[in-house]
Design a protein around this ligand. Sequence first.
Ligand code: NAD
Ligand code: TYD
Length: 332
Amino acid sequence: MRLLVTGGAGFMGSAFVRQAVARGYKVCVVDLLTYAGDTCRLEEVKERIAFYRTDIRDREGLEEVFRRERPQVLVHFAAESHVDRSILEPRAFLQTNVEGTLNLLELARRYPLQRIINVSTDEVYGELGEEGRFTEDSPLRPNSPYAVSKAAQDMLGRAYFRTYGLPVITVRPCNNYGPWQYPEKFIPVIIVRALRDEPVPLYGNGQNVREWLYVADCAEALLEVLEKGKEGETYNISSGIEKRNIEVARAVLDLLGKPHSLIKFVKDRPGHDFRYALDSRKIKKELGWKARTSFEEGLKQTVEWYQKNLEWVERKLRDLRKYWEKVYQGDP
Ligand code: NAD
Ligand code: TYD
């Protein structure tokens, strides 16, 4: 089966592509290679995939790929994916995540597909207090420009299923972590900065809660959805592993043998959602998927990966420093 994977050179997309290739799928990747994209993540499968450096905002460019590849399945990861950047510069988020998705769905009306997996996020539901979990039927109340752009992407998929009968399946994963994540997201920020004995920035009081899923487990879930999921349905994908940010920071520092005194509380993220947590009984019951990797094991694998791949991080550091300066306003 021929898959077209957008954003396949990103953190989650590349984990998915590596597993899909191992399962025997024929994969073609479309990725613009923004600051977040990197073909190094696809090194081990590069002989077995086709790669197009194409912008999903570019309708003609995308059509050329569809014409040449005639994919049977679309797995749509490509996005501007970081909340803090969306606060600094919202426009790119609306353009890529909404218009880019619209371009793909429009093409799907003309180049019939058997399945479209639209990768949304738990952030579309908005925030929770200390209790409760979002189910697939919870209302969408997105709070950041990122979350709003993803909610629009998510709802476009719904509209194209209802209105045009496209075989869209929506997935809403919780926070992913693991090897190859760009060090703008929380866990690799902690690792990369602590490895260099630099302060680790925690927003607000560090009590916010996230649910953490190892990226390889998420890729497995997506393959299950692709193979067994039902058109028009939405599946939450999560692990049940909830942690306060301060707990995560301490756990990483312990693994690295670094002092907790590296933690520095900085100005809170504007509009910071307090807690995300998903009820993922549906995917367990209907597709038989559940997360396999414990937080201890996943975090150990992740930390070891960064320790072994310092060169990759080194190559990103110049851009990262500029970005960190902007986002933390020189604070930590
Ligand atoms: P990422 O930022 O690591 O990767 C995004 C990829 O999309 C990059 O390779 C980038 O080059 C590419 N891209 C960006 N703009 C593009 C454009 N205009 N045209 C073509 N390619 C473009 O993101 P990720 O963490 O791998 O997330 C993948 C998807 O999963 C996103 O849709 C994100 O919203 C969603 N998601 C992420 C998480 C998480 O914890 N990381 C959780 C839930 C959902
Ligand atoms: P992040 O990895 O950006 O994911 P998201 O905002 O999509 O959940 O952040 C995870 C949590 O960590 C979130 O509550 C914000 C917090 N955080 C910090 O405290 N410091 C940081 O430097 C970053 C990047 C995030």
